[in-house]
Design a protein around this ligand. Structure first.
Ligand code: K7E
Ligand code: CUA
Length: 661
């Protein structure tokens, strides 16, 4: 073992010399091997540990080649994580107010959060599952990120120019979702797949009318890239049988224009363990197969544009009958308690995991097309044509217990999470992928134990037409013994896995605790594809509209308080280390519009604005304008102050807000 450590250190020394580091005769280099070996020995590090450290350590001032956008689970946020160092760079406020960004405490974020109201009621959290980056020709383009809220059937749009949420949209006809927010290869649509069936519009219907009244509902949200917003008027939905549609993925290349979702509960179980019925867990797993849903979304778009959708709650819905008649929807059986539906990089195959089946099942898009063409298909209870499994199955690969999600690399391998086995399965793809790797055809290559109970798995550029390889990340649900005990609620464990070798050489490199919720999915993009602002492009920038606020006051000489009857306008200029004006006095009952503009242009010179007693808290980055509006209904002496330590005289960056009784 000692020999191995020494050999790694020899490699390290050679590397240092090759990188233009000190030559081996220099005192630092000659001292380094001894020190490094001593450190490794002292810390009890194995050669593998040392190698993992060398692969993940990022020296100060160097930036990582990949950025991971991870769902923030029940926190309703998105986590931005640099890879391979696994350093958290940012937590983006999405469905939940986020104080550091001043998101949801009086500024423009409130308008965004308002879009997420459910029946007029604010819902200030979300259960985020699947972040998806915008794509151009099937590759991440680094412009936008979308994420769904399973709990309330909402979808959010995040603009990656400033990494902030611009839109939350509530599905008017569904109360929960799951198979979102997946994009089509040119981000024509953001798809929000359903989950637990309910009557359309979620009005009351007794469960004994489940078969007739309950429905699944998939939503195609039209994305307007120029505006950076979902356009509900150009969006449509398709009514589905009340099976529980689950995970979805868009076709690409040959399968572009099609969309695939797995489902469960084709048994139409309605629970009621308390009444002596089988519990859901038994009722929904009786059948050996459920249905892979196969959508022709381009055809659906045509039907919608021809006006054949019925408006329900303002949204065009293509009913099931029309979807069947117009050849928009097909089924194919999928074993057993399916989860995950993942299209291969070239768009030829769809991989479905079966939670209670040791195999993944691979469907051929070509065979699906041939079977549809041949016709003569049987129908399910709702009249949807069902393509027999043997007509469309390309292969089945036995991987182990609890296969869920599958991602891909650049060498023709797929990686499937095995929940029950707590393992990552690497397996080789057949067909056109066969020439990329030494293994023959569809075959399990390696199973790597992970700690523990892996849910999703994600790969570098893994959902694109051209994955990168290099790394996958296991998003583990349980961490048990991996970290110091912080009480009965344990962190999740993201494990970085090195896949930069063919064959059976995957290795866990790093454990990253996620101590704020249970993330589901994540996507990893090459860092150099992201082109965010360094500071807002013009002083007076309205980050919600992504344009200059025409009312922004940028000259301190023009700043001040104006009164028009009971309406008071405060125009405030913000710069190190003062607010202008520093005194704002109003009468109790006045209506206040308070506009703050940072005239800073220095990167990272962010100011905060907290107005005590009024629950107002903003982040004012260089160039940004924020507008708050409130009634001064509380008399007294209040202070406003800067919450970011912006300069030596930051503590002096304050003002008085006086409300006269
Ligand atoms: Cu498998 Cu919501 Cu994608 Cu969780 S889902 S793991
Ligand atoms: Cu501005 Cu502290």
């Amino acid at each position: 073992m000692k020999l191995k450590i020494v050999s790694i250190i020899v490699v390290l020394t050679t590397l240092l010399a090759a990188c233009g580091g000190p030559s081996t005769s220099a005192p630092v280099a000659s001292g380094l091997p001894v020190d490094a070996a001593a450190i490794a020995k002292d810390r009890g590090l194995t050669p593998d540990d040392v190698a993992a450290a060398l692969k993940t350590y990022m020296p100060s001032g160097k930036t990582d080649p990949y950025i991971m956008f991870a769902s923030g689970g029940q926190s309703g946020q998105v986590l931005v994580i640099a890879m391979p160092s696994m350093r958290i760079l940012k937590v983006i406020g999405v469905f939940t107010p986020e104080p550091w960004q001043g998101y949801g405490f009086g500024g423009s974020g409130n308008k965004v959060l308002e879009g997420g109201k459910v029946n007029g009621k604010e819902v200030l959290w979300g259960d985020t599952h699947h972040p998806n980056l915008s794509e151009t020709k099937g590759d991440y383009d680094g412009e936008f990120l979308f994420i769904n809220d399973k709990a309330n059937a909402r979808v959010a749009v995040i603009d990656l120019r400033d990494f902030s949420t611009k839109q939350i949209i509530k599905n008017p006809n569904a109360i929960n979702d799951h198979g979102g927010a997946f994009v089509t290869p040119n981000t024509e649509y953001v798809i929000e797949g359903p989950q637990y069936a309910a009557p359309i519009g979620w009005e009351y219907a007794p469960l004994d009318q489940y078969k007739e009244k309950y429905r699944g509902l998939i939503t195609f949200w039209k994305f307007d890239r120029l505006k950076g917003r979902i356009d509900p008027d150009q969006s449509f939905q398709i009514e589905l049988p009340p099976y529980w549609q689950d995970l979805c993925d868009a076709g690409k290349g040959p399968s572009d224009g099609w969309f695939f979702c797995n489902s469960f509960n084709t048994e139409l179980a309605t629970g009621g363990i308390e009444l002596g019925n089988p519990p859901f867990e038994a009722g929904t797993t009786k059948n050996d197969t459920d249905y892979l849903h196969i959508f022709n979304w381009k055809k659906a778009e045509e039907i919608f544009k021809a006006g054949k959708g019925k408006k329900i709650n303002g949204m065009a819905v293509i009913d099931l009958e029309t979807a069947i008649k117009e050849n928009i929807l097909y089924f194919a059986p999928e074993p057993k308690s399916p989860h995950g539906s993942d299209v291969t990089p070239g768009g030829e195959f769809i991989v479905v995991g079966g939670k209670l089946d040791p195999h993944v099942t691979i469907y051929s898009f070509e065979k699906i097309q041939a079977a549809i063409k041949a016709g003569n298909l049987n129908k399910d209870a709702y009249g949807v044509p069902v393509i027999p499994l043997d007509k469309v199955m390309e292969a089945q690969v036995e991987l182990g217990l609890g296969p869920l999600h599958t991602v891909f690399d650049d060498k023709g391998y797929a990686y499937t999470s095995l929940f029950l086995d707590s393992a990552v399965a690497r397996w080789s793809l057949g067909g056109p992928y066969e020439k990329k790797h030494p293994e023959p055809g569809w075959k399990l290559v390696q199973k790597l134990p992970v700690q523990y109970n892996i849910g999703h798995i994600t790969a570098a550029e893994g959902d694109t037409a051209s994955p990168d390889g290099q790394f996958v990340v296991a998003l583990n649900k349980w961490s048990i013994d991996r970290f110091a005990n912080v009480g009965p609620l344990l962190p999740q464990n993201f494990q970085l896995v090195d896949i930069n070798n063919t064959g059976d050489k995957m290795k866990v490199l790093y454990d990253m605790p996620i101590g704020m919720a249970e993330p589901h999915y994540a996507q990893i993009i090459k860092a150099d594809k992201l082109k965010p602002f360094e500071v807002y492009p013009k002083v007076g920038w309205d980050a919600e509209k992504m344009a200059v606020d025409p009312n922004a006051v940028t000259d301190p000489k023009l700043a001040g308080v104006k009164r028009d009857g009971k309406n008071v306008t405060v125009n405030m200029v913000v710069v190190r280390s003062h607010f202008t004006p520093e005194r704002v006095e109003v009468q109790k009952g006045d209506h206040v519009v308070w506009r703050l503009t940072s005239i800073e242009q220095q990167r990272d010179a962010t100011h905060g604005f907290a107005l005590s007693g009024y629950n107002i808290n903003l982040s004012i980055e260089p160039g940004k304008t924020e507008v708050i509006e409130f009634d001064a209904n509380q008399a007294g002496t209040f202070t406003y102050y800067c919450t970011e330590f912006c300069s030596a005289l930051h503590l002096e960056m304050i003002g008085y807000f006086l409300v006269k009784p």
